[in-house]
Design a protein around this ligand. Structure first.
Ligand SMILES: *Cc1c(COP(=O)(O)O)cnc(C)c1O
Length: 376
């Protein structure tokens, strides 16, 4: 019997949609630059699917180019990397206190610990598995988000030392995270550094000897030598985003979409929901099959552009959920031509930074927002 020929047409349809390409040579070059700046060890932060670039892909590339650690926010992300065969040390932070920490021990994942309750939960998991948990004590150095409040810090250090004594825990690191590092010279940076130094001193006074001290993310790694310590945790920089605007990094993402239809319209023809735009002259409109459900922010309507035939063409009318209309003027655009929504910018195409500016946001939000329908 012949099996139903379902797979081929489906794959074929997908290949006609929007596509995301990731340039691993850009990630490799960015990693080498950041590794040079870090001086000490480098942790590749591959949370949110490697900032939308594929966690395992970014991790492997970074590990081959100077990174020796990986960082993620959730234990699930860490375990997924292990299941993909990655053996490098992985630190996971931001886990709720009722997380099944046993799986961290089983999969050899380091845990950030933001308070005594977390420490107790991790130590209990360690006892249950008969292993020693590797932890990094996380101090809030001034963003009132994750991390132990300074008032709880001595208690956490004391409890951690006790847990080291009974063999359930080993304190491998002390970590903090700066709130304003993208603004070099902001007074909160010096304050954060001081608070971190204080935290390390308190840990030592309690008998802890953490070999790793890490405070800097991309911004501080690029601009603030005093915050680099023994390990830098970088995410955005790996994929070409420099929040400080001081360093040339290579964007790694290119988003393309095929033209699925064209129409020639008369002057005055209104386009899209709400008729927010109308053709001022006779022109050609091209339809692209991606919209805000695929990560093009709707609030970029009226400003956004794409590249077609090597030219910038405006996206006109409102960005819809699944489609956008592009005014290509007199360009001889036909069905099947491929538009570059954004790319590295070397050929005049819009960049992720352009889309961020058109949407009033940061590049991080654009690259992490590309929807699941987009073919990788
Ligand atoms: C996301 C994150 C990082 C990486 O920050 P980038 O600015 O993207 O380099 C580092 N540390 C913590 C705690 C984070 O949440």
């Amino acid at each position: 019997m012949t099996p139903p020929a379902l797979l081929e047409p489906v794959a074929d349809l997908r290949s006609r949609g929007a596509a995301l390409q990731v340039d691993v040579t850009a990630i490799a070059a960015n990693t080498r630059l950041l590794s040079d700046r870090a001086g000490g060890a480098l942790m590749a932060v591959v949370k949110a699917d490697g900032f939308g670039h594929g966690a395992t892909r970014v991790a492997r590339t970074a590990l081959r180019n100077g990174a020796s650690w990986l960082g993620v926010t959730s234990l699930d992300e860490a375990v997924a990397l292990r299941l993909d065969g990655i053996a490098a040390p992985i630190l996971s932070w931001l886990n709720p206190v009722d997380t099944a920490f046993r799986s961290a021990l089983v999969h050899d994942v380091d845990l950030a610990v933001p308070g005594p309750e977390h420490l107790a939960a991790v130590a209990a998991a360690a006892r249950a598995t008969g292993r020693t948990a590797r932890v990094h004590l996380h101090l809030d150095v001034g963003m009132a988000r994750d991390g132990a409040a300074p008032l709880a810090w001595a208690r956490l250090c004391h409890a951690a030392r006790m847990a080291e004594r009974d063999g359930t825990v080993r304190v491998l690191g002390v970590m903090g995270h700066l709130a304003c590092a993208d603004q070099p010279g902001h007074p909160a940076n010096a304050l954060g550094r001081e608070r971190f130094a204080w935290g390390v001193a308190v840990a030592r006074r309690h008998g802890l000897r953490p070999p790793l001290r890490h405070l800097a993310a991309t911004s501080a790694t690029l601009t603030d030598p005093l915050s680099r310590h023994t390990l830098c945790r970088v995410g955005a920089g790996l994929v070409g985003i420099d929040p400080t605007g001081t360093t040339v990094l290579r964007p790694a993402m290119t988003l393309t979409a095929p033209v699925v239809s064209v129409r020639d319209v008369a002057p005055g023809t209104p386009v899209g929901y709400g008729h927010q735009w109308a053709a001022g002259r006779g022109t050609r409109l091209a339809l692209l099959p991606l919209g805000y459900a695929d990560g093009l922010p709707r609030c970029a309507s009226g400003r956004a552009e794409v590249a077609l035939h090597g030219r910038r063409c405006p996206v006109v009318g409102r960005i819809s959920m699944d489609q956008v209309v592009v005014d290509v003027g007199s360009l001889p655009v036909t069905v099947g031509d491929v538009a570059t929504v954004f790319g590295p910018g070397g050929h005049g195409e819009p960049t992720v930074a352009d889309w961020a500016a058109w949407s009033g946001t940061i590049e991080h939000e654009i690259v992490t927002g590309i929807g699941a329908r987009v073919k990788r």
